[in-house]
Design a protein around this ligand. Structure first.
Ligand SMILES: Nc1ncnc2c1ncn2[C@@H]1O[C@H](COP(=O)(O)OP(=O)(O)OP(=O)(O)O)[C@@H](O)[C@H]1O
Length: 273
């Protein structure tokens, strides 16, 4: 399975926000989308998900142009995980995950035993079965994010699109959610996630797309794209990419911002923060 964007331009009310995007994501890959606020990441996601029509270009799923597919048909192959949110009603966790089956049900159909089994499997895959009777608004942000991932899995998609899946999570929950995302890619899903953290791209992605003012600034493997020069150009900050040896793992690279402090002349030095 392959999702392909060919020269896609999209935006609102005839105004292009993102232009000329071409890329491919295959089963088992994690593509990380990095870009400053307002660079067009969410707009591109909405276009891939069929919520807004592209102004130009093609979006192909397994070679078939999906621009005319209904949203229900798109939802049967693509799952969307928004940033953690609080719904207006206090649904039970089980009901939130069951909502993932909606795209597979007829208009008046109720979930079948098979739907309920799929929901149980999705929760078990994320180790959250014990939360099923809890109220969604009364669980932690990290748990809520896992529930949203379970809901998307219950949809049985082939592509998962995640808009800043770790926003508002503490460090431990970020690592937990990102590790789950990596496991899901190993099971054969194609994953596209937006992030504001270059380290997420360095540590978890197989491919990275840098978006600057609605255009692809760089696209390729993390080590080719997440460079000191590109991050300086993208975010306007100086960074150092540090290599770390972790026993039992291949070499890991992380990004550290560098700030120049204004100090008296004789003590002037460069500091990291
Ligand atoms: N519904 C809309 N109608 C008109 N313009 C919009 C709409 N939604 C977003 N925009 C504009 O499109 C541009 C890109 O916004 P978008 O939300 O895609 O960026 P983003 O990269 O996801 O930003 P962030 O990192 O802050 O979430 C912005 O200039 C924004 O103001």
């Amino acid at each position: 399975m392959k999702l392909t964007l060919k020269d896609v331009t999209c935006g609102y009310w005839g105004r292009a926000v993102v232009s000329g995007v071409s890329m491919e994501v295959e089963s088992g890959e994690i593509m990380c989308l990095l870009g400053p606020n307002g660079s067009g990441k969410t707009t591109l996601f909405k276009t891939i998900l069929g919520l807004i029509k592209p102004q130009a270009g093609e979006i192909l799923f397994g070679g078939e142009n999906i621009c005319d597919w209904s949203q229900a048909r798109i939802a049967r192959v693509m799952g969307y995980i928004p940033q953690a949110h609080t719904p207006p009603f206090p649904f039970k966790v089980l009901d939130v995950v069951l909502m993932g089956r909606t795209a597979h049900l007829g208009i008046f159909a109720v979930p079948s035993p098979e739907d309920k089994e799929i929901v149980q499997e999705a929760m078990a895959a994320l180790n959250i079965s014990h939360l099923q009777d809890r109220v969604y608004t009364e669980i932690s942000g990290g748990e809520r994010q896992l529930v949203l991932i379970a809901r998307a899995l219950a949809q049985q998609p082939q592509v998962l699109i995640m808009d800043e899946p770790t926003s508002s999570l503490d460090f431990g929950n970020q690592v937990m959610v990102l590790s789950h995302i990596k496991r899901l890619a190993h099971t054969g899903l194609a994953i596209i996630m937006a992030s504001h953290f270059p380290d997420h791209a360095l540590l978890y992605a197989s491919k990275v797309m840098l978006l600057k003012k609605g255009q692809v600034y760089s696209l390729g493997r993390p080590e080719e794209t997440v460079t000191e020069e590109n991050l300086k150009s993208l975010y306007g900050v100086d960074v150092k990419i540090i290599r770390a040896e972790i026993p039992g793992c291949s070499e890991t690279r992380v990004c550290v911002p560098v700030s120049r402090q204004i100090l008296p002349k004789d003590t002037r030095r460069e500091e990291t923060c």
